[in-house]
Design a protein around this ligand. Structure first.
Ligand code: SF4
Length: 782
């Protein structure tokens, strides 16, 4: 087996060489581990499999995953501290050592320092031996307490244990070839591990510079040519709009596939860029990892937790009842408890404001309080996604572990909701990424935005605990393990690496932002960047005249039913598009039990439920057997799957079921039935609300009441949840003059001629938000 160290600058073809090695090993039937950063996985797989190559035997993994695999093979895995559990353990250690309750920021500071010490193989005892000042001694004590009470492995322990296995000669590597590529640098522990792996497998490590004490086995010097464009924009908005226009041009006329392109932006700009991309129709794939706080519900929850101490207009928006107060606070430029309280009193919202102040104060057992807040306040305005509620309450439990009191619990819960980011699952598109995530990847064309001073810095800062003079030169840190100097002069390396992220790189920077003038980063933008060149309009808002509209012909919409006309009135294009694309409701692929029962119940036009059919239905749907039996007297009186008023050129009302009930001497009362999901309707209010979104039943009521041949004097509509009790929307029924019925008749009469004539047009509105044919229509607003 052998050790290979390939060294060369960014863009010198190291990854190309690694791809060739991986393919050759796969061709030879070997197992290959490709170790890189998590963000590089899709990129590496795309490169290795380019041209349809089947990479049998290749696994792309992160360093962490490689350590797990080695430890699993040696049967040495232990439970792990995942997510924010590590931060919580550090906070517990801090509390134990100092006796005071730490703030999240303080715990973060210690957690980062512990992680760095472990990365360079400095244990708690080793640190304590070198600690000289009280702060270093305090850190060493916290480090020791953390190690003693953590009760599971953290991520750094996994690496340390793998290295320990290597030291004892107990490593068992499953791969024949290990490729380590795409890393900016490597630590002393990783180097020892890969060195040890080289005794069992072929190991190729590729870096821009050899680690201290290592001699490269091959050097690559020829830099890949890069076409570089550098521009200055007046401000960040014009810069972002120009990039969106350029991306659209690249995609539409430039011959680029979305995965060939990337937007590299400083952290914090992703959200604005993603929002702008929607306006331009650019398919951006936001790669920024997601924390709970990045979801709208998470942000609302954090706003609620921070409202008590720091009320601002945006935080006030988290409470629906206080939205008028938020608007007034924004208009008056007011923030802070005292000012907001005075404003609330002036608006007559003082009582509501004080009630919320009390509601947001932690009372009783913190986790129970947190659960009530999530379920009652956040869940009160709509369904709460299960994964969100579960994730948010798990964080509340971690915060409660610390035993904090009211404000402390709220601060920690909010901090943990911000912590622990995980990769998001986005549809493939143009990568919207950060410099860190773009590391080790190369695109055909990339836009590097916001290249102002400090935006793409190496972030080399003095450590709070261990100053530079107490740290070791890098070579020494590799030789005998220890914390190395923080200042390694990496700025040039970072800039050089960024300038080779694409075959064609466009670097831009704004001249000024909201805070005033900005200084361009000369290492990225050069000495004389040009102003942004003109690019044709990419969004409708940028057009001077009207936008292009495809000519719409006439189409055959098919048979008019009342509900189809209702949807036609909302948007004719959507009705046509959904039928042209065969759009089906999600549940249709796997209908729930109640829908299957309803399909069987209404299988026959004008069908009746005989005792034999009732029995067969109960056998086929055992979960509904009791319900069928209990309601058999009524269910057997109904006529199912009833069509009314159809015929050539007329709208058909399709009813689930109907019955007629004598009303005295001559008249009759008609009852129209609509079956709905179990539990979805329980009151008269629910039934009426449900019917307000439909036309069929009220339209049928109009016809029955006004056509003399039906001899119907009253009509009732019953909404009946399967497995539940029927709910009559109007008791003894409605008579002629019922406004909602004549309204439905008018709407049908208005839409029917245009529907029959096949007139089609897009009618954008709020309903576009859930439209399945938005991409086809291009008129709607997402
Ligand atoms: S996106 Fe809006 S306007 Fe376009 S078809 Fe859908 S609903 Fe109609």
């Amino acid at each position: 087996m052998a050790w290979h160290l390939h060294v060369g600058p960014s863009g010198s073809g190291r990854t190309t060489r690694m791809v060739a090695l991986a393919r050759a090993a796969c061709d030879a039937g070997q197992r290959v581990w490709w170790v890189g950063l998590p963000a590089q996985r899709a990129h590496v797989l795309r490169r290795v499999t380019a041209g349809g190559y089947t990479a049998l035997g290749l696994e792309v993994m992160s360093g962490q995953q490689a350590y797990y695999r080695l430890l699993t093979a040696a049967n040495r895995l232990q439970p792990m501290l995942v997510g924010s559990a590590r931060l919580v353990r550090v906070a517990e250690a801090l509390k134990e050592v100092t006796g005071a309750f730490p703030t999240p920021g303080e715990a973060h500071l210690f957690a980062r320092a512990i992680a760095e010490a472990k990365r360079f193989g400095v244990g708690a005892d080793g640190y304590a031996a070198r600690a000289t000042d009280p702060e270093q001694k305090r850190f060493a004590a916290v480090y020791r307490a953390y190690e003693a009470r953590k009760g599971a492995w953290d991520y750094d322990d996994v690496r340390t244990e793998a290295v320990e296995l290597a030291r004892r000669g107990e490593l068992r590597c499953e791969a024949d070839l290990v490729i380590v590529d795409g890393l900016r640098e490597i630590g002393p522990l990783e180097l020892r591990l890969y060195r040890a792996l080289a005794e069992q497998a072929e190991v190729h490590l590729s870096l821009t510079a050899a680690p201290p004490g290592e001699t490269p086995t091959s050097r690559l010097t020829q830099a890949h040519p890069v076409t570089l464009e550098r521009y200055l924009a007046p401000n960040p908005v014009s810069e972002a709009r120009w990039v969106m226009r350029s991306l659209k041009r690249d995609l539409v006329t430039g011959g680029f596939h979305p995965l060939d392109l990337a937007v590299i932006a400083p952290e914090g700009r992703a959200r604005a860029l993603a929002a702008l991309a929607e306006e331009y129709g650019v398919p951006l794939m936001d790669e920024s990892p997601l924390a709970l706080v990045d979801r709208p519900l998470g942000q609302r929850l954090v706003d609620l937790l921070e409202l008590l101490e720091h009320p601002t207009p945006s935080r006030l928006l988290a409470v629906a009842e206080l939205r008028p107060l938020a608007a007034a606070a924004l208009e008056d430029g007011v923030a802070g408890v005292e000012a907001v309280t005075r404003l609330a009193d002036a608006l007559g919202l003082g009582r509501a404001w004080r009630r919320w102040l009390a509601r947001l104060e932690v009372s009783g057992e913190p986790v129970a309080w947190a659960r009530a807040l999530v379920v009652e306040v956040l869940g009160g305005e709509g369904a709460l996604p299960h994964d969100f509620a579960e994730g948010a309450l798990a964080k509340a439990q971690e915060a409660a572990r610390l035993g904090a009191d009211g404000p402390g619990f709220r601060a920690w819960w909010a901090a943990l909701l911000r912590d622990t980011r995980s990769a998001r699952r986005e549809p493939a598109g143009v990568a919207l990424t950060t410099a860190q995530q773009a590391s080790g990847r190369r695109f055909r064309k990339a836009y590097l935005l916001g290249a102002v001073d400090g935006a793409y810095a190496a972030h080399e800062e003095e450590d709070y605990f261990l100053p530079e003079e107490q740290r070791l030169p890098l070579a020494e840190a590799f030789a005998r393990l220890g914390l190395p100097h923080r200042f390694q002069g990496r700025a040039q390396q970072v800039a050089a690496e960024l300038l080779t992220r694409a075959d064609h790189l466009v670097v831009t920077a704004p001249q000024a932002g909201q805070g005033g003038p900005l200084v361009a980063d000369e290492a990225l933008l050069g000495a004389a960047p040009a102003p942004l060149p003109p690019v044709p309009a990419g969004s409708r808002l940028e057009l001077e005249g009207p936008a292009y509209r495809a000519p719409l012909g006439r189409v055959a919409f098919g048979r008019p039913t009342v509900e189809r006309l209702r949807r036609y009135r909302r948007c004719p294009f959507r009705v046509w598009g959904e039928s042209a694309l065969g759009v089906r409701a999600e549940w249709e692929d796997d209908p729930p039990a109640w829908r299957r029962l309803l399909t069987d119940l209404t299988a026959e036009r004008n069908g009746r439920l005989t005792p034999a059919r009732l029995e067969a239905l109960a056998a086929a749907h055992p979960e509904a057997a009791g319900w069928l039996e209990a309601h058999a007297p009524r269910l057997t009186c109904l006529t199912y799957n009833v069509e009314m008023f159809g015929g050539p050129g007329r709208a058909a009302a399709l009813l689930h079921a109907a019955e007629r009930v004598p009303l005295g001497a001559d008249g009759q009362r008609a009852v129209l039935y609509r079956f709905v999901a179990p539990g979805s309707v329980v009151s008269v209010g629910d039934a009426r609300a449900y019917l307000s979104d439909r036309w069929t039943e009220y339209y049928a009521a109009y016809g029955l009441l006004h056509q003399a041949r039906h001899a119907v004097e009253r009509v009732d509509v019953v909404v009946w949840p399967v497995l539940g009790e029927p709910v009559s929307a109007y008791g003894q029924g409605v008579a002629r003059g019922f406004r909602l019925a004549s309204q439905r008749r008018d709407w049908v009469n208005e839409e029917l001629p245009r529907y029959l004539a096949g007139e089609v047009e897009a009618r954008p509105g709020f309903h576009c938000r859930d439209c399945e044919v938005l991409d086809l229509c291009r008129e709607g607003t997402p």
